[in-house]
Write a protein that binds this ligand. Structure first.
Ligand SMILES: [Zn+2]
Ligand SMILES: [Zn+2]
Length: 271
């Protein structure tokens, strides 16, 4: 299922595989001045092919290697004779097919085939816009956001998602995420174009909320850890229930991952 929304110069195509008429997990791609931001999950390849056949897509960039964002690069390359762009560290990864065995990802999005991509530079130009490519690791090490300073747009991939996260993926680096959020907040974006939520107003304020939430949560976790609380006890002490997500993702999304991620030492910043 694909639902198109017009945000003036930017179009959002929200998409999901459905089960008994209901979306399993919404994601989306944006089209701005011939640039497609992400290519959607591999199990929607047929819909994406039909979609790009009707649109004047001249370039494609992927925000990170997750299959709900990069699943149709091979298809785009074949249909449109373009080479999608990705952060340099994503290029070798995208050249190989998915190797994980996480059932929820297979069900919701399908298996990402191998695809050829080219490394992004620091700037990405379309006919009318000039985007700054901002490396924003955390959610994934190869995550990038695109910032258009004249309009105050930030195509934020999966950097934002929500001001208050209820769970973390097992492979997310929360320290890098905080650092990335600090750097994009400093750009003062007015509008976020979030891959899963659509357009989000008051971009800088929303990102700052998320940053403050994570810093506060990290402080609380560290404090309980310093008092000798176990990982399990700290997790139980965090607000909200992650039961649904924990069961559905086989533990890949959980509150406990927050505790583990915050107690892990920050890794060196990479570029
Ligand atoms: Zn992602
Ligand atoms: Zn995503």
């Amino acid at each position: 299922m694909i639902v198109a929304t017009d945000y003036g110069e930017v179009r959002y195509f929200r998409m999901a595989r459905t089960f008994l008429g209901r979306a399993i997990y919404w994601t989306g791609v944006y089209l701005v001045d011939g640039l497609l931001v992400d290519s959607g999950p591999p199990n929607l390849g047929r819909d994406v092919r039909r979609l790009v056949g009707e649109l004047a897509v001249r370039q494609c960039v992927t925000t990170h290697h997750h299959e709900d964002h990069s699943g149709n690069h091979g298809l785009l390359a074949a249909e449109l004779r373009i080479t999608p762009l990705a952060h340099a560290s994503a290029v070798p990864r995208l050249a190989e097919p998915d190797t994980h065995f996480q059932l929820y990802r297979r069900v919701a999005w399908g298996r990402r085939p191998a695809a050829l991509t080219a490394p992004l530079g620091d700037v990405l130009e379309t006919t009318r816009f000039r985007f700054r490519v901002v490396h924003t690791p955390g959610h994934a090490a190869d995550h990038v956001a695109l910032f258009e300073p004249e309009r105050g747009w930030l195509f934020s991939g999966d950097l934002y998602l929500a001001a208050r996260l209820r769970y973390l993926r097992a492979d997310e680096d929360v320290h890098a995420m905080i650092d990335s959020l600090r750097r994009v907040v400093a750009l003062e974006p007015r509008l976020l174009f979030c891959q899963h939520r659509g357009r989000v107003e008051h971009g800088a304020a929303r990102l700052r909320q998320k940053l403050d939430f994570l810093i506060e949560l990290g402080g609380r976790i560290q404090d309980l850890h310093d008092r000798g609380w176990s990982e399990a006890a700290i997790t139980r002490g965090l607000p909200g229930s992650d039961l649904f997500w924990r069961l559905w993702t086989g533990g890949d999304f959980s509150k406990r991952n927050f505790v583990r991620a915050f107690l892990r030492q920050p890794s060196r910043p990479s570029r």
